[in-house]
Ligand binder design. Structure first.
Ligand SMILES: [Ca+2]
Length: 120
Protein backbone atom coordinates (compact mmCIF):
# COMPACT_ATOMS: atom_id res chain seq x y z
CA UNK A 1 0.00 0.00 0.00
CA UNK A 2 2.89 2.34 -0.68
CA UNK A 3 1.62 5.76 -1.57
CA UNK A 4 -1.98 5.02 -0.73
CA UNK A 5 -4.07 7.90 0.49
CA UNK A 6 -7.43 8.61 1.95
CA UNK A 7 -9.69 11.42 2.90
CA UNK A 8 -11.47 11.40 6.22
CA UNK A 9 -14.05 13.64 7.75
CA UNK A 10 -13.07 14.42 11.32
CA UNK A 11 -15.76 15.92 13.54
CA UNK A 12 -14.85 19.13 15.26
CA UNK A 13 -14.49 19.16 19.02
CA UNK A 14 -12.87 15.71 19.26
CA UNK A 15 -9.33 14.63 19.97
CA UNK A 16 -7.75 12.42 17.35
CA UNK A 17 -4.83 10.06 17.67
CA UNK A 18 -2.85 7.82 15.37
CA UNK A 19 -2.10 4.17 15.76
CA UNK A 20 0.07 1.76 13.83
CA UNK A 21 -0.37 -2.00 13.62
CA UNK A 22 3.07 -3.54 13.18
CA UNK A 23 3.04 -6.77 11.21
CA UNK A 24 -0.58 -6.85 10.18
CA UNK A 25 -3.88 -5.14 9.80
CA UNK A 26 -6.23 -3.84 12.45
CA UNK A 27 -8.36 -6.95 11.96
CA UNK A 28 -5.29 -9.23 12.34
CA UNK A 29 -4.45 -7.48 15.58
CA UNK A 30 -7.98 -7.74 16.95
CA UNK A 31 -8.14 -11.45 16.13
CA UNK A 32 -4.62 -12.45 17.27
CA UNK A 33 -3.41 -9.98 19.89
CA UNK A 34 -6.31 -7.98 21.34
CA UNK A 35 -4.47 -7.62 24.68
CA UNK A 36 -1.57 -6.03 22.76
CA UNK A 37 1.10 -8.19 24.36
CA UNK A 38 4.62 -8.37 23.00
CA UNK A 39 5.28 -11.95 24.09
CA UNK A 40 3.06 -13.37 21.37
CA UNK A 41 4.84 -11.86 18.37
CA UNK A 42 3.21 -9.66 15.77
CA UNK A 43 0.89 -7.94 15.14
CA UNK A 44 1.35 -5.32 17.84
CA UNK A 45 -0.39 -1.95 18.06
CA UNK A 46 1.47 1.27 18.83
CA UNK A 47 -0.17 4.58 19.66
CA UNK A 48 1.07 8.13 20.12
CA UNK A 49 1.42 7.79 23.88
CA UNK A 50 4.48 5.83 25.02
CA UNK A 51 2.81 4.85 28.26
CA UNK A 52 0.08 3.07 26.33
CA UNK A 53 2.47 1.05 24.16
CA UNK A 54 3.33 -2.50 25.23
CA UNK A 55 7.05 -1.67 25.32
CA UNK A 56 6.53 1.74 26.94
CA UNK A 57 8.43 3.49 24.15
CA UNK A 58 7.58 6.34 21.79
CA UNK A 59 6.94 4.94 18.34
CA UNK A 60 6.16 8.16 16.54
CA UNK A 61 6.78 11.86 16.52
CA UNK A 62 5.93 14.83 14.37
CA UNK A 63 8.71 15.37 11.88
CA UNK A 64 6.98 18.62 10.92
CA UNK A 65 3.58 20.14 11.73
CA UNK A 66 2.05 18.08 8.90
CA UNK A 67 4.05 14.88 9.03
CA UNK A 68 4.21 12.06 11.54
CA UNK A 69 6.96 9.41 11.37
CA UNK A 70 6.93 5.94 12.90
CA UNK A 71 9.27 3.29 14.24
CA UNK A 72 7.42 0.02 13.71
CA UNK A 73 9.56 -2.48 15.58
CA UNK A 74 8.74 -3.61 19.13
CA UNK A 75 11.45 -2.51 21.52
CA UNK A 76 12.38 0.44 19.31
CA UNK A 77 14.19 -1.47 16.55
CA UNK A 78 16.75 0.75 14.85
CA UNK A 79 15.06 3.97 16.03
CA UNK A 80 15.25 5.50 12.55
CA UNK A 81 11.59 6.52 12.58
CA UNK A 82 11.24 6.09 8.85
CA UNK A 83 9.31 2.85 8.73
CA UNK A 84 6.11 4.72 8.07
CA UNK A 85 5.89 8.38 7.07
CA UNK A 86 2.43 9.94 7.10
CA UNK A 87 2.00 13.44 5.73
CA UNK A 88 -1.37 14.96 6.50
CA UNK A 89 -3.22 18.20 6.10
CA UNK A 90 -5.81 19.70 8.38
CA UNK A 91 -5.76 23.03 6.58
CA UNK A 92 -8.92 22.45 4.63
CA UNK A 93 -12.35 21.26 5.58
CA UNK A 94 -11.41 17.64 4.88
CA UNK A 95 -8.11 16.14 6.14
CA UNK A 96 -5.95 14.20 3.69
CA UNK A 97 -3.82 11.26 4.78
CA UNK A 98 -1.09 9.49 2.81
CA UNK A 99 0.45 6.26 4.04
CA UNK A 100 3.80 4.87 2.95
CA UNK A 101 5.47 1.66 4.03
CA UNK A 102 9.08 1.17 4.98
CA UNK A 103 10.97 0.26 1.82
CA UNK A 104 13.69 -1.46 3.84
CA UNK A 105 11.45 -3.95 5.57
CA UNK A 106 9.06 -5.28 3.02
CA UNK A 107 8.26 -8.40 5.03
CA UNK A 108 6.18 -6.38 7.46
CA UNK A 109 2.78 -5.16 6.52
CA UNK A 110 1.93 -2.08 8.51
CA UNK A 111 -1.36 -0.33 8.88
CA UNK A 112 -1.77 3.25 10.02
CA UNK A 113 -5.13 4.67 10.86
CA UNK A 114 -6.62 7.72 12.42
CA UNK A 115 -8.40 6.96 15.61
CA UNK A 116 -10.92 9.38 17.01
CA UNK A 117 -10.89 9.58 20.78
CA UNK A 118 -13.89 10.78 22.66
CA UNK A 119 -13.51 12.11 26.16
CA UNK A 120 -16.56 12.85 28.22
CA1 LIG B 1 12.95 1.37 11.94
Amino acid sequence: MIGSSGTYNVPSGFYIDWYLISGGTSQDWLMNNPDNRMDGGLPVAFVSYAQANPDGLHHNYHNSPNEIVWEDTPGGGDLDYDDLVVPFNFGGITPNTVVEEDEGNESQDNTARLRILTFL
